[in-house]
Design a protein around this ligand. Structure first.
Ligand code: ADP
Ligand code: MG
Length: 261
C-alpha cells in the first residue's frame, strides 16, 4: 500500500475523525502480520483495538506523570532497603499498588532528613499512577503559599476545587519551616480531603512537634486526628543516607587497600 492508495487515505481520515492515533499508527503492521499469519478478521480487529488501547494507556501514563510534577523520578527499585533494615519492603511495595487510595487512607513517612522519605514517596506515587490514579506532588510550604495567595485573591474555593480530581496528594517536607498564616489553610485543605481522597505526608517532625508548624494546638490535634484515623505510619529510623555514603567514601579515601588499621 502506498500513501496515495485510496484505502490508506480513507483509513487515515477515519482514524483522525474517530481520534484513534494508536490505531492509525499501528494498523499497517497489524495488517501485514494478519496476512502473513493467516489470521481471521475478528483476530485482526482485536489486534487493532488492542493497539489503540495500549497507545491510550501509554499516553495517559505520560500525561499523568507530567501532571504529578515529581521533583525527580525515583523508583522503589533503586532504593537500598538493606540500608534501612527496619523498613518493610513489602509494605512499601503494597503502598505503591495504590490500594490505600481506594480505601481513602493516608500515609505518613516520618523520620530524620536524608533517610529516603522523598525518594520512596516519589516511588509510591509513580506506582499509584501506574495503577491508574491521579497523583500530585507538592512541597508543604509551596502548598501553604499557594493557598494563601488564592485566599488573598478571593479564589480559594476555586483553588481547593482544582485539587478534587487528584486521588493522591503527596505533601513533602512538612515541618522544616513554619507555615505562618498558611497553617490554618493547610489544615482546611487536609480537612476537606478527609475521607474523600488520600494524602501522603513526608515529615521530619514527631507528631508532638506538629504544633510548631501549625501554631494552633486545637487545630493541630484536630488535623492529626483526621490524618491518622485511617493512616499507614511508616517510621524511617537511622542516619542520613547521604551522610552514610559520604562517610563511607571518605573512609575509603583515607584508608588505601594496603593500609594497616
Ligand atoms: P528525605 O526525604 O528523608 O530527607 P531523600 O529521599 O531526599 O531523604 O534522600 C536523600 C538522597 O539519598 C536522595 O538522593 C535519595 O535517593 C538517597 N537515598 C536515601 N536513602 C536511600 C536508600 N536507602 N537507598 C538509595 N538511595 C537513598
Ligand atoms: Mg525529603
Amino acid at each position: 500500500m502506498t500513501a496515495d492508495d485510496p484505502i490508506t487515505g480513507l483509513l487515515d481520515l477515519y482514524c483522525r475523525e474517530l481520534k484513534v492515533p494508536g490505531l492509525r499508527a499501528g494498523y499497517a503492521a497489524i495488517a501485514r502480520d494478519a496476512t502473513s499469519q493467516g489470521q481471521s478478521y475478528p483476530a485482526f480487529l482485536a489486534a487493532c483495538l488492542a493497539s489503540e488501547i495500549a497507545s491510550r494507556r501509554e499516553h495517559r501514563l505520560t500525561t499523568r506523570l507530567a501532571q504529578a510534577r515529581f521533583p525527580v523520578a525515583k523508583a522503589i527499585e533503586t532504593f537500598d532497603f538493606a540500608a534501612m533494615p527496619q523498613l518493610s519492603p513489602t509494605l512499601i511495595r503494597r503502598l505503591a499498588e495504590g490500594t490505600f487510595i481506594r480505601e481513602r487512607e493516608n500515609v505518613i513517612l516520618l523520620g530524620n532528613p536524608g533517610t529516603g522519605k522523598t525518594h520512596l514517596a516519589t516511588g509510591i506515587g509513580g506506582g499509584c499512577i501506574q495503577a491508574g490514579y491521579r497523583v500530585r506532588f507538592i512541597a508543604a510550604v509551596t502548598l501553604a503559599q499557594e493557598l494563601l495567595a488564592a485566599q488573598q485573591e478571593y479564589r480559594l474555593p476555586r483553588y481547593l476545587k482544582s485539587w478534587q480530581p487528584i486521588d493522591l496528594v503527596i505533601l513533602d517536607e512538612l515541618g522544616y519551616l513554619g507555615l505562618g498564616p498558611g497553617g490554618p489553610l493547610l489544615f482546611q485543605f487536609c480537612a476537606e480531603r478527609y475521607e474523600r481522597g488520600s494524602i501522603l505526608i513526608t515529615t521530619n517532625l514527631d507528631f508532638a512537634r506538629w504544633v510548631e508548624v501549625f501554631t494552633d494546638a486545637t487545630l493541630t490535634s484536630a488535623l492529626l486526628d483526621r490524618l491518622t484515623h485511617h493512616a499507614h505510619i511508616v517510621l524511617f529510623q537511622g542516619d542520613s543516607f547521604r551522610f552514610k555514603e559520604s562517610k563511607q567514601h571518605s573512609q575509603e579515601v583515607k584508608q588505601p587497600p594496603d593500609a594497616h588499621p
